[in-house]
Design a binder for this molecule. Structure first.
Ligand code: NAD
Ligand code: DAU
Length: 334
């Protein structure tokens, strides 16, 4: 099997490539990534030079490049490539529209013109919007609230339309909040761990009581593998852990594990349109594809905190580069 992974130099994509290279010694992986601020080849440096792995610097909005790669015998495409950070989408939605919507359209058009067995769109629970109670199933209303979520929802609808209109073998996965190694330190968990290790303030938005459903990235990768192997065209699969935590609980857990004081917590102006709670009903993927998460919150978080302690150089390089001062710039605009 030859699989094209788009956005493979980011957080989840690089974890997926590591997972697949280990689990499937007979698979070939082509990783196409634009290397935006979030793409980092350091995440994959142990794979450099392996015959089964190829990196191509490229852009999913580039029709000619995508058409040429897809004509070279790709069996499965899995699209991770995206602008992924909600706060950035609030500052400027344009790159989100370009990559998340137009990029998905270019990939779908490429699939139409070539013989590809499966296309998997890696989507998000944010498409369902904020749920005060209950859990979203795959047929729940789509009510995105941020420009990021709206762009991902638009891409999902394009995927559905290409399946229905042209019969493309498209599958959509909608996962909850991931955590684990190689997550860019603008996202809550790596931001809290790295700031705490540096003795810096921990910015908590609003009252800190927003709830997210946290899943270890390896469990997400296992779910995607199940969809590659057993998923059916036109189907949507929620991928969730049932582990709901509010942001304060999470931050306090990390500070306690690191032996750092809660006085580092600083309440800051809330994110505009901040979704209160996400929660998924993931019964379908369990019943139909036999997947369920294996990692407990304590096990996953302890391993993750250890990874950021052991890999300080990885996040320090990012934080001292062009990303430095990002928060100051962001809050200046609020
Ligand atoms: P990330 O920001 O860490 O990585 C995104 C990657 O896409 C980067 O390597 C970047 O260089 C690449 N990229 C961006 N624009 C591109 C383009 N035009 N062409 C090619 N490559 C491009 O994101 P992530 O957290 O790893 O998320 C991956 C996917 O999973 C996204 O589609 C996101 O919406 C989805 N998702 C993320 C989470 C989460 O908790 N992080 C949860 C559910 C779904
Ligand atoms: O739910 C899946 C989504 O999870 C993915 O689709 C997105 O790509 C991913 O970025 C993530 O979105 P969130 O907005 O939920 O993640 P983030 O880490 O930005 O924020 C998690 C929560 O923590 C959220 O309620 C906002 C809050 N937060 C975040 C940051 C960065 C803070 O309180 N302080 C912060 O500094």
């Amino acid at each position: 099997m030859k699989i094209l992974v788009t956005g493979g130099a980011g957080f989840i994509g690089s974890n997926f490539i590591h997972y697949i290279m280990k689990q499937h010694p007979d698979w070939q992986v082509v990783n196409l990534d634009k290397l935006t601020y979030a793409g980092n080849l350091e995440n994959l440096k142990d794979l450099e030079g392996q015959a089964r792995y190829q990196f191509i610097k490229g852009d999913i909005t580039d029709r000619i490049q995508i058409g040429s790669i897809l004509s070279q015998g790709i069996d499965v495409v899995i699209n991770f490539a995206a602008e992924s950070h909600v706060d950035r989408s609030i500052l400027d939605a344009s790159p989100f529209i370009d990559t998340n919507i137009k990029g998905t359209q270019v990939l779908l058009d490429g699939i139409r013109q070539n013989k590809i067995e499966k296309y998997i769109q890696v989507s998000t629970d944010e498409v369902y919007g904020s749920l005060e109670k209950g859990k979203a199933t795959e047929t729940s209303n789509l009510l995105p609230n941020s420009p990021y979520a709206a762009s991902k929802t638009s891409a999902d609808l394009l995927c559905r339309a290409y399946w229905k209109t042209y019969g493309l073998p498209v599958m959509i996965t909608r996962c909850s909040n991931n955590y684990g190694p190689y997550q860019f330190p603008e996202k809550l968990i790596p931001l809290v761990i790295s700031n705490a290790l540096e003795g810096k303030d921990i910015p908590v938005y609003g009252d800190g009581l927003n709830v997210r459903e946290w899943i270890h990235v390896k469990d997400h990768c296992r779910a995607l593998e199940a969809v590659v192997l057993k998923g059916l065209p036109g189907e949507i699969y929620n991928v969730g852990s049932n582990i709901e935590k509010n942001n304060l609980e999470l931050v306090k857990f990390i500070l306690k594990t690191l032996g750092k004081p809660e006085s580092l917590i600083k309440y800051v102006t809330d994110r505009p349109g901040h979704d209160r709670r996400y929660a998924l009903d993931a019964a379908k993927i369990k019943n139909e594809l036999g997947w369920e998460p294996l990692m407990s919150f304590e096990e996953g978080m302890t391993a993750t905190i250890k990874w950021y302690i052991d890999n300080k150089a990885w996040w320090q390089r990012i934080k001292s580069g062009e990303y430095a001062g990002y928060y100051e710039r962001m809050y200046a605009g609020r």
